[in-house]
Design a protein around this ligand. Sequence first.
Ligand SMILES: Nc1ncnc2c1ncn2[C@@H]1O[C@H](COP(=O)(O)OP(=O)(O)OP(=O)(O)O)[C@@H](O)[C@H]1O
Length: 279
Amino acid sequence: MAHGPTHGIPQAPLPLPGVSKIIAIGSGKGGVGKTTVSVNLAIALARAGQKVGLIDADIYGPNIPLMMGSSAQPRVGPQNQIIPNFTHGVKTISIGYISPGDKPMVMRGPMLHQIIRQFLQQVEWGELDYLLVDLPPGTGDVVISLVQTVPLTGAVVVSTPSDVALQDGRKALEMFSSVNVEVLGMVENMSHFTCPHCHHEIDIFAKGGAERTALQFNVPFLGSVELASSIREGGDRGMPIALAGPESPLAAEFYEIARKLQENAEEAAERGGDVIEIS
Ligand SMILES: Nc1ncnc2c1ncn2[C@@H]1O[C@H](COP(=O)(O)OP(=O)(O)OP(=O)(O)O)[C@@H](O)[C@H]1O
């Protein structure tokens, strides 16, 4: 991979030509369904007529190839630009396309930064309404690389309603605030479980916790997604549930969240334009 002309001088974040809104999706805690939410939101936005790109910024544990059902190695164009894969109506890039298999990526921070930069700047995204960035779990490095490279429209924080996940979710909210990235909304994943036999709602992780946290932090709440085996199966088969369309009850939750996100992102984009540099 080529290195950018940094020469040790921090570069100001620059918009990506043709890309209208860039949204980071984070969680703080791992395993709460951030990638599941990212792929389903990307598909729902694409089905709503938006041009959508998706970056798998989880360099150490890329799951987007599996969840989007795509493993093709991206082509390289004449100007050395990377042509993203196009799956389920979404342009995607992942380190998993370039270095497939189960071998972990071992690299130092500067290399990670370069990869994030390249995924933003060297991929031929073309015209996009939305570029979603699925962040790795935790807070930190990748977000700094992102905000140093491009102006973000905002962020989405995914959490389960359990106290443990919310504790980390709050850290993610604070982290975005500390780098001046507006949180466009919180999503509560694995909100509850509906028993397939008696159809009763079972409250596994204390439903409503993410909504209360959103209220407390004064950020919008985008909606809840229930815990359902078909959501997990869709991800494992590379056929996310959103492909079932907005009429399918489980997929409908993602379409509703996508609609609210679109509203909030458009408002933020209209308000925005100011690039705030972090020191
Ligand atoms: N609403 C849901 N219902 C059922 N299973 C779910 C749901 N959301 C996520 N899962 C499953 O939970 C597991 C973890 O989800 P996912 O990989 O999306 O989480 P993550 O937060 O991105 O994890 P990571 O820490 O690897 O970044 C996956 O097997 C996924 O299919």
